[in-house]
Design a protein around this ligand. Structure first.
Ligand code: NAD
Ligand code: TDX
Length: 338
């Protein structure tokens, strides 16, 4: 079986592929990744008898077509994934997340690909004050990132509805774990503290996220690919909802730091208050449940960053340079606490 996996030099895709390669008798995997700032070839084995790495863009239709001709199934992770970057500029988000997904879907349709798993996000639903979204809840994305993900999510479902393609969509909550690019809150806070720097907490820190260990997410995706049904959406949750203040307290504790290391910075524009997916369907239909305990998961994640400075330090230095600047500049401006 040949599996085409897009975006697997990134955080979640690389965890998924490393898991497949560790399994005896797993599929042959072709990875297509553009190696943007977020992708790192080091996230995957340098060589493996069941791995082919192709450096390229999902918007490159001739390249996608050549690879799709040999693919039985597709798992599509590739995306621009950081909300703050989408606020600074949405063009790459529309190009990769919308046009790239359409390019893959068209090619998969032409080549009669058996199953196409599209990795979406809980952010497509928008923000919810109380309760949790079931899969049939209407989409109300609010950031340029989530709007581009909602577009690709709906396109994927449209290829099922219109062409009868076996498309399956996953919508998961906030992932954390090793190999996450140090711009997302968990690795950013851990690596700042490891460097003796303060952590920038947005606004009052009262926004709520549901935390999901990346290995649990990858297990959920594999269940959807192998046991899910065509045209279905599956929410994948982590079961640990925390305010950003609660999350910060835990990270401070595992890193041995105090609240003096927290800097209150201006809030994110249009900051969604809370995400919460109802993952009853994945539990009852596929037997999905998250296995990682959050406190232990954060402690082992901090341990991974402590022992992998050579992985994250160059990425972080590069990410903090505004285009065309050679000096490191602070990304967030501190504000007076109200
Ligand atoms: P990431 O930013 O770590 O990795 C994205 C990967 O896609 C990188 O390797 C990058 O090089 C590649 N890529 C970007 N543009 C490309 C293009 N045009 N062509 C080919 N490759 C390209 O992202 P992640 O956190 O691993 O997220 C993976 C997927 O999961 C995304 O679709 C994201 O929207 C979704 N998701 C992420 C989270 C989360 O908490 N991180 C939660 C829900 C859903
Ligand atoms: O410096 C920070 N300070 C801060 O308080 C950063 C980077 C974030 N935050 C807050 C904003 C959010 O409420 O922490 C929370 C989490 O922020 P991110 O790590 O940027 O994640 P989020 O915006 O919730 O989106 C993530 O989950 C859904 C992923 O980046 C998306 O790819 C995924 O779809």
């Amino acid at each position: 079986m040949n599996l085409l996996v897009t975006g697997a030099a990134g955080f979640i895709g690389s965890t998924y592929v490393r898991g497949l390669l560790a399994r005896n008798g797993g599929p042959k995997v072709t990875v297509l990744d553009k190696l943007t700032y977020a992708g790192s070839r080091d996230n995957l084995p340098e060589s493996h008898p069941r791995l082919e790495f192709v450096h390229g863009d999902i918007c490159d239709a001739p390249l996608v077509d050549r690879l799709m001709a040999h693919a039985d199934e597709v798992v599509h992770f590739a995306a621009e994934s950081h909300v703050d970057r989408s606020i600074n500029g949405a063009a790459d988000f529309v190009r990769t997340n919308v046009v790239g997904t359409q390019t893959l879907l068209d090619s998969a349709l032409r080549h009669g690909v058996r199953t196409f798993v599209h990795v979406s996000t809980d952010e497509v639903y928008g923000s919810i004050k109380t309760g949790s979204w079931p899969e049939e809840h209407p989409l109300r994305p609010s950031s340029p990132y989530s709007a581009s993900k909602a577009s690709s999510d709906l396109l994927a479902l449209a290829y099922h509805h219109t062409h009868g393609m076996d498309v399956r969509v996953t919508r998961c909550s906030n992932n954390y774990g090793p190999h996450q690019f140090p711009e997302k809150v968990v690795p950013l806070f851990i690596t700042n503290l490891l460097d003796g720097r303060k952590v920038p907490l947005y606004g009052e820190g009262l926004n709520v996220r549901d935390w999901l260990h990346v290995e649990d997410h990858c297990h959920g995706i594999e269940l959807v690919r192998t046991k899910g049904r065509p045209g279905e959406i599956y929410n994948i949750g982590g079961g640990t909802e925390l305010t950003n203040k609660e999350l910060t307290a835990l990270i401070l504790e595992v890193c041995g730091a105090g609240w003096d290391m927290v800097e209150h910075v201006a809030d994110r524009k249009g900051h969604d208050l809370r995400y919460s997916v109802d993952w009853t369907k994945a539990r009852t239909e596929l037997g999905y449940r998250p296995l990682h305990d959050f406190e232990t998961g954060v402690a082992t994640t901090a341990g991974w960053y402590r022992s992998h400075r050579a992985w994250w330090q160059p990425l972080k230095q590069r990410a903090q340079l505004p285009p065309g600047k050679s000096q490191e500049q602070p990304l967030k401006q501190p504000v007076e606490q109200s």
